[in-house]
Design a protein around this ligand. Structure first.
Ligand code: AKG
Length: 217
């Protein structure tokens, strides 16, 4: 049976998944569901240990004509043909590791959340970061949700509406699940800001549903 939970944590405001719809609603409340403590300690530890062996890289991206290594490490796991073009980088899908795959299956069981790839980001400390962006690449299946699971140190996570500029801040703790519902990626951006005082690492896994073989046609 599909389970659809709603969570709460929205700065001082009440969080409510904005699937009731409406432009004004969408401009003030991001369509998200936060489920604190979705993964238990054993599940978190299994993933954290597994990630010690992930083939992370720190690719270079071009910004205003100059190349810079991204301020974090990342790896993309996916089904055959689910390669990803992200921030101008073409990332070939690596085969699924055991626990990342189990989490994919759990998300599908618990929420009917279909995915065929996961981007894993590793932030060594608070100087590693993710800038403002939307996950709106052409190969993402229209209408699909993105599930984001956090492990390790707690960090704030920001969302900002493209037009109203409404800003929402969440605190993401280890084991939390944040579901970014469609159409969040077309009207909101998100970011993980730097935090100088954070000295411990954080992992984040975002499960996405891609159109298979998109880059092979
Ligand atoms: O680390 C995070 O929580 C954000 C990850 C993210 O924005 C992404 O993978 O697109």
């Amino acid at each position: 049976m599909q389970q659809r939970q709603k969570g709460f944590e929205f700065g001082d405001m009440e969080n409510q998944a904005a699937d009731e719809g409406g432009e004004a609603e969408l401009a003030s409340k991001p369509p998200i569901t936060l489920i604190p403590g979705y993964l238990n300690q054993a599940q978190q530890q299994a993933l954290i240990h597994e990630a010690e062996h992930y083939p992370f890289t720190r690719p270079e991206i071009r910004i205003f004509g100059r190349t810079h290594p991204i301020p974090r490490r990342q790896v993309w796991f996916g089904d055959d043909g689910c390669d990803y073009l992200y921030s101008g980088l073409f990332i070939r899908a690596e085969p699924w590791p055991k626990y990342a795959l189990r989490l994919r299956e759990k998300l599908q069981r618990d929420f009917g959340l279909v995915s065929n790839g996961v981007l894993v980001n590793h932030y060594r400390d608070g100087s590693d970061t993710m800038g403002w962006h939307s996950d709106d690449e052409a190969e993402i299946v229209p209408g699909s949700d993105i599930a984001s699971v956090t492990l390790g140190v707690s960090r704030p996570f920001f969302l900002r509406h493209n037009e109203s500029k409404t800003k929402v801040e969440l605190m993401l703790n280890s084991g939390d699940l944040l579901i970014m519902h469609w159409p969040m990626q077309s009207s909101w951006q998100h970011a993980l800001p730097k935090r100088a005082k954070v000295t411990r690492p954080r992992l984040n896994l975002t499960y996405r549903h891609l159109i298979p073989h998109f880059h092979q046609g």
